[in-house]
Structures are given as structure tokens and as C-alpha cells.
Design a protein around this ligand. Structure first.
Ligand code: TXA
Ligand code: MG
Length: 311
């Protein structure tokens, strides 16, 4: 009998990672598809399974600041301030990479993205494995990130060796990314740590302008199969719903999701709800956007990007 590929066995996850396998791992943001970051072949397999271009670098997940320093050549004072304020947690910090960091992880860049996650299950894996875990979100490239162990298996099926089940992700959206390899530091991706949280620690942080420095972040991304329509008010949502219902063959009509009332809670189930709509074969979802503050900024970013995938 084959062993179940989903479960709560931390040591099994560690053994698989040690022998060069790839494992779905829970974090507080979304599930990651992890490989031992020092094993270039295992990292290459993550790219293959995800269908991700090799020049889109991965985040290396570490236990703490001491571990992060081993992956970086120039752990800057700004990186240190941010890490001490927000780690473990949903913040990824980009710094110059140490010479031994493999090109497979960084796509040949001079920098490396580092994050210390807070979910106890991946922390237990990191503590037992030592070193770092390179992990992108555990979805196929361009699709919606997984927020449960079941989502990972639904997406990757037999291509993943094991999925460590840590329950649904508490935050539900990918981490905030801050590039500390440039001055002033730049926020490349909004996420669970807000811009104002970061500015409280670093007063010189700029928002990234012009071509994105994080590859893959300007394209349509995070996209479900159904068409996503962002709107600013419920009033607009209702009138758009009426227009779409009149012209669309989907007899159940468009779904309206209201992200404006409780954005933190909305974020935690947003990807699961988009997946449910896809599974039900729904054509259109209208999302009433939250204010552009706190996690609302991250929701707006993901929903607007998802709408670029509309066919
Ligand atoms: O919450 C998260 O960040 C999740 C969990 C699993 O930790 N991970 C995640 O990974 O969202 P991924 O690979 O889906 O997104 C990482 C982003 C990509 O857009 C990548 O291009 C960017 O980080 N990135 C990674 N290393 C970089 C670097 N050295 N310079 C610029 N961008 C980088
Ligand atoms: Mg991703």
C-alpha cells in the first residue's frame, strides 16, 4: 500500500527534503512547494513542477535572523530592523546573496529573498532540517495560491512527494516583499505586513515605480479561470451584475464578493472562494474592493492582477 501523500508527519517531510524530494508546506500566508535550498537538483524540480520560468527566483525560508545571515553577503541595518520587527511573519526581505547561494534559487541574480515564516509546522521542519527551504507558492505558475493542503494536492497531484497539512492559512495572501538591496528600500509586493507598519520601522522606504524589480509581478497573475471584475462600491457591483446577467450564458449569474467590510477576514478565504467558484463552473465574479490601506492594498493588488487574466 502506498503511504498517504498528505498528513501531519514533520519527520517524514524532513526525510523527503533531505533526500532531494519536494514537499507542500503550510505557512501563515499560503502553502509553499519546498525543496532543500542547498540542493540545486531539488530546486530545479520545483521549477519544473510549477511550470515556472527559471529566471523567477524563489524565496528561501529560514528559521531566524542568524540563519538568514548565512544566506546573505550584506545583511544591512535596514534588513536587520525589519526582520527584528516582523519575523517570524509574512515579510520577505531581499538582500545581496552569499556566494554559496545557488543560481538555481536566485535565477542567477546577485540578490536573495529571505523569509522566516511563523507557522509552527514549517518552523518544526526548518528546526529539524537546518539550513533553508526554497519555496514558491505551491500552485501551477500564474494560478491562484493554495491556502489548504487539499488545494496543493488538487493543483500538483502526483508531482509532489508529500503535503504537510497545517490547516488553512491564517493570512491567506502572499508575504509583503521589501527589497533592502537598494537605497531607499522598496516595497515590491504588498502583503500581510502593511506599508504603514514598514514605514514605522524604516522612514525611507519607497514604493517601487517603473518596471517591477520582482520578476513575474506585473503580468496577469493569481488568476482563477472565472473572469474577475474589480469595482469600488456595492452600488456599482449590483449594476454590473445586472448587465452581466443580461448578456451571459451562466444561468446562476455573476457572484458578488464584498472585500470592503472586513478585509482581514476576506483575505483569509479569498483564494479558497475563487477556487470554489472555478470548481462550480461560474463565469464571473465581481469583487467590491476594500480601501487601499493595510491588507486592503494586497487584496486590491491580487484582484486587479487577476482581472488582467480575463478572457
Ligand atoms: O508568502 C509568500 O511569500 C509565499 C510563501 C510560500 O512563503 N511564497 C511566495 O512565493 O509567494 P512566490 O515564489 O510565489 O513569490 C515570490 C516572489 C516572486 O514574484 C519572485 O519573483 C520574487 O518573490 N523574488 C524572489 N527572489 C527575488 C529577488 N532576489 N529579487 C526580486 N524578486 C524576487
Ligand atoms: Mg506565487
Amino acid at each position: 500500500m502506498t503511504e498517504p501523500r498528505i498528513g501531519t508527519d514533520v519527520e517524514r517531510a524532513v526525510d523527503i527534503l533531505r533526500s532531494g524530494g519536494i514537499v507542500g508546506l503550510p505557512t501563515e500566508t499560503v502553502y509553499g512547494l519546498g525543496a532543500d535550498a542547498s540542493n540545486a537538483d531539488a530546486v530545479a524540480r520545483v521549477f519544473r513542477v510549477k511550470g515556472r520560468p527559471t529566471d523567477h527566483p524563489l524565496i528561501v525560508h529560514v528559521l531566524d535572523v542568524d540563519a538568514a545571515r548565512q544566506w546573505s553577503r550584506n545583511w544591512s541595518p535596514e534588513a536587520d530592523l525589519l526582520a527584528r520587527a516582523f519575523w517570524p511573519g509574512p515579510l520577505t526581505i531581499i538582500v545581496d546573496r552569499a556566494p554559496q547561494v545557488s543560481d538555481a534559487v536566485t535565477g542567477g541574480r546577485d540578490t536573495v529573498a529571505l523569509r522566516s515564516p511563523s507557522h509552527p509546522a514549517i518552523r518544526a521542519v526548518l528546526a529539524s532540517l537546518g539550513g533553508g527551504i526554497a519555496a514558491p507558492s505551491a500552485n501551477r505558475f500564474g494560478k491562484v495560491s493554495p491556502t489548504t493542503a487539499r488545494h496543493v494536492l488538487d493543483d500538483l497531484g502526483p508531482d509532489v512527494d508529500y503535503v504537510l497539512d497545517g490547516g488553512p492559512c491564517a493570512i491567506g495572501l502572499e508575504s509583503t516583499i521589501v527589497d533592502c538591496s537598494v537605497h531607499p528600500c522598496q516595497i515590491l509586493r504588498p502583503g500581510g505586513i502593511s506599508e504603514s507598519d514598514i514605514r514605522r520601522i524604516l522612514d525611507t522606504t519607497a514604493e517601487a515605480h517603473g518596471p517591477s524589480r520582482a520578476p513575474g509581478m506585473l503580468e496577469s497573475h493569481y488568476a482563477p479561470d472565472c473572469r474577475v471584475h474589480p469595482v469600488e462600491t456595492m452600488e456599482r457591483a449590483l449594476s454590473l451584475a445586472a448587465e452581466l446577467a443580461a448578456s451571459d450564458s451562466d444561468s446562476s449569474g455573476p457572484e458578488i464578493l464584498d472585500a470592503s467590510v472586513d478585509p482581514v477576514r476576506f483575505a483569509s478565504t479569498m483564494y479558497a472562494r475563487l477556487r470554489d467558484l472555478d470548481r462550480a463552473g461560474r463565469h464571473d465574479v465581481i469583487v467590491v474592493l476594500p480601501d487601499d490601506t493595510g491588507i486592503g492594498k494586497a487584496i486590491r493588488d491580487r484582484i486587479v492582477k487577476a482581472s488582467h487574466g480575463n478572457r
